[in-house]
Design a protein around this ligand. Structure first.
Ligand SMILES: Nc1ncnc2c1ncn2[C@@H]1O[C@H](COP(=O)(O)OP(=O)(O)OP(=O)(O)O)[C@@H](O)[C@H]1O
Ligand SMILES: [Mg+2]
Length: 324
């Protein structure tokens, strides 16, 4: 048997218990170079398999030195972008509650706050002041009380520091958040800044979201902006999962009467007209605002405020399960 054949046999024996792990080996003189695929293994498992492979190769006659290089394929996560044309329409509120709702339905969800100009997820998820750690320059998401780990642009800069990043810096920061150590999370909900700027473009071009959820108020003006956001994703080939109408129907905290300060049904009509799905309507409700400010997203409880959010999460979940 040639040296390389012997080495292959030895490597296969070492790799046998770890299903699906592959190594490629090369021999030059008495040196063996091995590239070992450790996709999906945690650190102790990687160390163990590296040691086994090293030992197996060193045991082959004629080999004096062994070099093992580890590679891992990036796990493909499903990214869901939450966008709007206009600011202040409730993207961050929808993102936080959607992440929690999808998690409750069985997805393993991480939340990315990509809003450099007004990061709000640390507040919404009740982890203000938290800072992620980094290992080998890869960020480790912060855990939240709701089981959905979080990374926010707001955690990368001091809260009182005005953020005046140029486009490339913002894009770089977004990359760090998306390519962080999300471990077992299979779905990332991305809370985008308002509008159609650099962060959105970088999101679309570099990170290819599986789909986008568009948030709008019932106002016509907001809908015109929403159409711009829809256009941006559609032209880039990113499917629109659907439209959420937020702040529809004001529930009076005193008498419970429902009125419509911003009109009603505008987003649903627009969705029908544009041929995209209507994901649901969230009322303008003081209880939603106060719970959000207090870091307790309504979707984490089972009050009436959670109902609108759970309906939306179910529709998005269904979309994902249907294959996107
Ligand atoms: N349905 C609702 N009822 C009551 N208050 C709401 C509702 N939706 C959002 N809000 C409140 O409105 C404000 C803006 O919401 P949010 O931060 O989610 O919007 P946004 O689109 O992410 O804003 P920005 O463009 O600044 O990122 C927050 O104070 C939030 O608590
Ligand atoms: Mg926001």
């Amino acid at each position: 048997m040639t040296d390389i054949a012997q080495l292959t046999v030895a490597l296969n024996a070492a790799l046998d218990p770890v299903a699906g792990k592959r190594a490629t080996a090369r021999i030059e003189g008495d040196r063996a170079s091995i590239i070992l695929d450790v996709t999906g293994l945690d650190e102790p498992a990687r160390d163990a398999i590296e040691r086994d492979v090293q030992a197996a190769a060193a045991g082959v006659a004629g080999i004096a030195t062994v070099r093992v290089a580890l590679t891992s394929q990036r796990t493909r996560r499903l990214l869901i972008a939450v966008a709007s044309g206009k600011g202040g329409v409730g993207k961050s509120t929808v993102s936080a509650n959607l992440a929690i709702g999808l998690q409750a339905l069985g997805r393993r969800v991480g939340l990315v706050d990509a809003d450099i100009y007004g990061p709000s997820q640390p507040t919404l998820m009740g982890v203000q002041g938290s800072r992620p750690t980094a290992k080998d320059k890869v960020l480790e998401p912060v855990s939240t009380p709701y089981g959905v780990p979080l990374l926010s642009m707001g955690q990368l800069v001091a809260p009182d520091q005005a953020i005046a990043w140029r486009g490339p810096m913002a894009a770089g920061a977004l990359g760090q958040l998306v390519d962080a150590d999300w471990a077992a999370q299979d779905t990332l909900v991305i809370d985008l800044p308002p509008g159609t700027g650099d962060v959105q473009l970088s999101m679309i071009q570099k990170h290819r979201p599986a789909g986008a959820v568009i948030v709008s108020t019932p106002q016509d003006l907001a809908l015109i902006d929403a159409r711009r956001a829809i256009d941006l994703f559609t032209k880039a080939g990113v499917p629109i999962i659907g439209l959420v109408e937020n702040m529809a129907g004001y529930i009076c905290p005193h008498c419970g009467e429902v009125s419509d300060p911003f009109g009603r049904g505008g987003a649903e009509a627009a969705a029908a007209e544009l041929g995209i799905e209507f994901l649901g309507r969230i009322p303008l409700d003081m209880a939603i605002r106060s719970a959000s400010d207090a870091g307790v997203p309504p979707a984490s409880g089972n009050g009436v405020e959670s109902l609108a959010f759970s309906g939306i999460a179910q529709r998005v979940f269904h979309w994902i399960e249907q294959g996107g």
